[in-house]
Design a protein around this ligand. Sequence first.
Ligand code: SF4
Length: 369
Amino acid sequence: MAGIYIHIPFCKRKCFYCDFYSVGAKNAPWREYIDTLLAELSTRAHELAGRPVTTLYIGGGTPSALPAGELSYLIDGVRDKVDMRLEECTVEVNPDDVTPALVEEYMAAGVDRVSMGVQSFSDAELTAVGRRHTAARAREAYELLRRVGNVSIDLMFGLPGQSLDSFARSVTCALELHPEHISAYSLMWEEGTALSVMRRQGRVSEAPEGLSLDMYALLCRKLADAGYVHYEVSNFALPGRESRHNSSYWSGEPYLGLGAGAHSYDGHRLRTSNPCDVKAYMASGGGGQLRESLSETELREEMIMTSLRTRRGLAPAEYGSRFGTEALARLQQKAAPCLAAGNLAERQGALVVPESRLMMLDSVIVSLF
Ligand code: SF4
């Protein structure tokens, strides 16, 4: 089994906090870009090594900005080239793009899950970070998208001007919609973004760290009370509604990433990355990948990092069978002080980071390297 990720790197407007690779959607070469994606798939389908494709994830950028008919053209093209036995087909959407016609097209194309970037249900907070929708528009879009299948809502915390109360209201609004899945991310102040420039100019300020921690704790509490399983540090789902595609990243399964800036992993050692440049990507006909063979150390670190992000945790037995008894002994030695300090716990034979310590996940991970 394998997954395919397709990157659509076009956005109608750049959000102030965003440092993902994306370019303007106005006059984007949509059909040429999709044809390049399909050409890339033709030349790289052998990397799937005959495995059936069980998850397809179309992200961005803004895939919902694709003109009518282009998403179906893309999915049909993929279906023609690989053994598709889809268990999940997700598209990321921006609330502003959702129309009855888009919903019809998604349903006909076989999309059964959408991930909608809502971020906040406060219009002032949305404006402060340059999002182009309003809370009312997000609700309307949600009602339309219900027909497609599972819906995931993205929220953000630590936004400029956001208080604990206003974040609590956003979480409540999200819960009132009963989505199957909620992802929540802390705002990152990346260098080079409009938001960082505004901070330097004194026009916005960063939320105090304590406030972001309180928001995360509130999020975990409210979602647990509502029956959501906290299955990955930033992801919550109703039982059985976890994202299969994203879960496969965290469990080290192979995936093929197509499009400018996309990454792939062969499930063993090989990571491949595409150029972060639409023009270069298209000029090369979907070629020009950089290939990197991961060292033993990188593979060990990757396993620690991805496993500890999840509720499933890091199974020492699996780690030992992959990297040997010496590596396992070193891991156990490093884990001992974390266990004693309560930053790690043992659950069903695996090492896990307790929910109350997830905000210090990065330092726990590094201490195990
Ligand atoms: S829509 Fe997404 S990818 Fe595009 S600018 Fe906003 S955050 Fe970045």
